[in-house]
Design a protein around this ligand. Structure first.
Ligand code: AGP
Length: 614
């Protein structure tokens, strides 16, 4: 999730303008930043880019910020290629006449890069993005004009992109195109603006064109020409923005937590992107270790903290179900001091959104010292855990701003599912047909999450009913118990109400003594084979006047209004993948209860987004 801004018009200091607009996109991540500017008469595009926050780039401007001209600027949230000066955007072609910025993932960049390199193109970076600008150059060399060359280049690309292109050949034009990554055009008088998101242009205009997938735009100071990628003219309605900047930075949502819950379908799509073949097998092009080395284990240990640990619990159940080898999940702060039983036949999976959690990093180092093969599942490219693990697989959730982790959790689940299926596939534990069955279920998850998000009325009603509960139990069995842990953590973090996840069959062995009027119980019952057991557990608590909520698969009547006060239904998928759906109503329940209680939702008291101390 990178940040893009652009400007075309007559203002002096347009570089400063584009960079100031970029600052309003800070929530989209800063690991490096860059700017390109071109003026009539230039023989090349001037490009300046720096690792780190925008301030590093500004410190190097040395007068460039006073420059006028046509400008594109970019902040990077790295996906392919570590954060450094060379991998920062904009990227230039071999002649220096073209500069391009990109937000997204080019899935087929490796094959395109091989072809372009063989044709003599010289690459400076190891990003996927740089392929695009050399592809445009290659099509220019075939006699196309710039616009036709950009269209032809994009026609060869698979993946997600929002791009802006400038050239010294057309110094008062920006070309832009959008598929699966956001891009908007701010409309001015004798000038126009581009950005990844609305907040960036609100200092100059509230009239925007929100581009849609497949749109292609030619932007000059005089106006905007919109077409499809193949050139068919398009019309888009102008959207007049009424939000304030802060609300706009949250995409119109009241809090980043709610925005990030609604980001989940796209985050799942981005995490699956490039890792599923046309025949629905699993592939990890990024893996460096020989497969034999990665598969040479007789047990798995999963090490993480908080939400990442809870994702590991669901992963454990899936792996033991699929691989029939022992899997242990340990809280990193315990693992690092327990002298864990780890050796060269152990695969240590280290999960972390930030990649900087001190306990988890220490757990990684402990596992390495003991000879384990370490595989990191991380959201931040180039983070400490990503750098130190033997192998790293990234979740592509984009920056997660809210302290309460939501989209990182579901992408960690998806990452764990893909890793498990990859191992089973490579060990021939699952034939191609079964792998494809699982993968097809994974590919449906985004739209199933969208179904839940499309109508949250029932969840909001339950939140209003239960917001004054004295405490909560989250009950489940098997996969449902794993996701219950994350549901309980979400509620505790943002509402400050005590909550505890418990195996549904275990309550009668003591904690049932706590159940009384005022206590609420969320019962997750998505595992078809366990319904009758869960029904009796629910009766135990409702008989003691607890308020009860059931989370069930749509269409299942195993747990219905006869057993619980409220029912929240989620679409049905493979039982092993149900945590990725069942968590969504629990995230929303936590959010709406906290909102009803007036809590500081994005920065809860006592908590930090990344716990980089012991
Ligand atoms: C989750 O909502 C919390 N913010 C917290 O438990 C978090 O998951 C934990 O600190 C681990 O962080 P990491 O994934 O960045 O390592």
């Amino acid at each position: 999730m990178c940040g893009i801004t652009g400007y075309v018009g007559g203002r002096a200091g347009s570089v400063r303008l584009a960079l100031d607009n970029l600052k309003r996109l800070e929530y989209r991540g800063y690991d490096s930043a860059g700017v390109a500017v071109v003026r009539p008469g230039d023989t090349q595009v001037t490009v300046l880019k720096k690792k780190g926050k925008l301030a590093n780039l500004e410190a190097a401007l040395s007068g460039l910020d006073k420059s006028g001209g046509t400008v594109i600027a970019h902040t990077r949230w790295a996906t392919h290629g570590r954060p450094n000066d060379v991998n920062a955007h904009p990227h230039s072609d071999c002649t220096g006449k073209i500069a391009l910025i990109h937000n997204g993932i080019i899935e087929n960049y490796i094959s395109l890069k091989e072809r372009l390199t063989a044709a003599g193109h010289v690459f400076a970076s190891d990003t996927d993005t740089e392929v695009l600008v050399h592809l445009v150059e290659a099509h220019l060399a075939r006699g196309n004009g710039l616009e036709a060359a950009i269209r032809a280049a994009l026609a060869e690309v698979t993946g997600a992109y929002a791009i802006c292109v400038v050239s010294s050949e057309e110094p008062e034009t920006i070309y832009a195109a959008k598929t699966a990554s956001p891009l908007i055009i701010g409309l001015g008088e004798g000038e126009n603006f581009l950005a990844s998101d609305i907040p960036a242009v609100m200092g100059f205009t509230r009239n925007v064109l929100v581009l849609e997938d497949g749109d292609f735009a030619r932007i000059t100071p005089e106006g905007v020409t919109l077409t499809t990628l193949s050139g068919t003219p398009l019309q888009r309605d102008v959207f007049h923005v009424t939000w304030d900047v802060s609300t706009a930075q949250k995409g119109g949502y009241a809090h980043f937590m709610l925005k990030e819950i609604y980001d989940q379908p796209q985050a799942i799509r981005d995490t699956l992107r490039g890792r599923v073949t046309e025949t629905h097998q699993v592939t990890f092009p990024e893996l460096k270790l020989p497969t034999a080395k990665l598969l040479d284990f007789n047990r798995i240990v999963i090490v993480a903290c908080g939400t990442a640990y809870n994702a590991g619990l669901a992963g454990k159940n899936f792996y033991e179900h699929l691989l029939r080898r022992p899997v242990e999940v340990q809280v990193a702060s315990e693992f690092r001091y327990n002298d864990p039983i780890v050796d060269s036949r152990t695969l240590a999976i280290i999960i972390s959104q930030s990649g900087e959690t001190a306990d988890t990093l220490a757990g990684l180092r402990e596992a390495k010292i003991k000879g384990a093969t370490t595989l990191a599942l991380v959201n931040v490219v180039g983070s400490s855990i990503a750098r130190e693990a033997d192998e790293v697989i990234y979740t592509y959730a984009g920056p997660e701003i809210s302290v309460a982790s939501t989209k990182a959790y579901v992408t960690q689940l998806v990452g764990l599912y893909l890793i498990g299926l990859y191992i089973a596939q490579e060990e021939n534990k699952l034939g191609p047909g079964l792998v494809a069955d699982y993968v097809e279920q994974l590919l449906r998850l985004p739209e199933q999450v969208e179904t839940i998000l499309a109508d949250t009325t029932a969840i909001q009603e339950v939140a209003q009913t239960l917001k004054d509960s004295s405490s909560f139990f989250f009950l489940g069995r098997g996969f449902d118990y794993a996701v219950a842990q994350e549901g309980a953590l979400k509620l505790k973090e943002v509402s400050y109400i005590h909550a505890e996840a418990y195996p549904a069959g275990e309550l009668k062995h003591g904690p049932l003594a706590l159940v009384e009027p005022g206590v609420s119980v969320v019962c997750i019952a998505t595992q078809s084979s366990l319904y009758d057991k869960v029904q009796s557990n629910v009766k135990e608590v409702s008989a003691r006047d607890a308020s009860t909520v059931g989370i069930v698969k749509a269409g299942d009547e195993g747990l219905n209004e006869h057993f619980v006060d409220s029912i929240l239904r989620v679409p049905a998928t493979h039982d092993t993948f149900m945590p990725a759906l069942a968590i969504v109503p629990m995230q929303l329940l936590a959010y709406y209860i906290a909102d009803a209680l007036g809590r500081e939702i994005d920065q809860p008291r006592n908590l930090a987004k990344s716990v980089t101390v012991e």
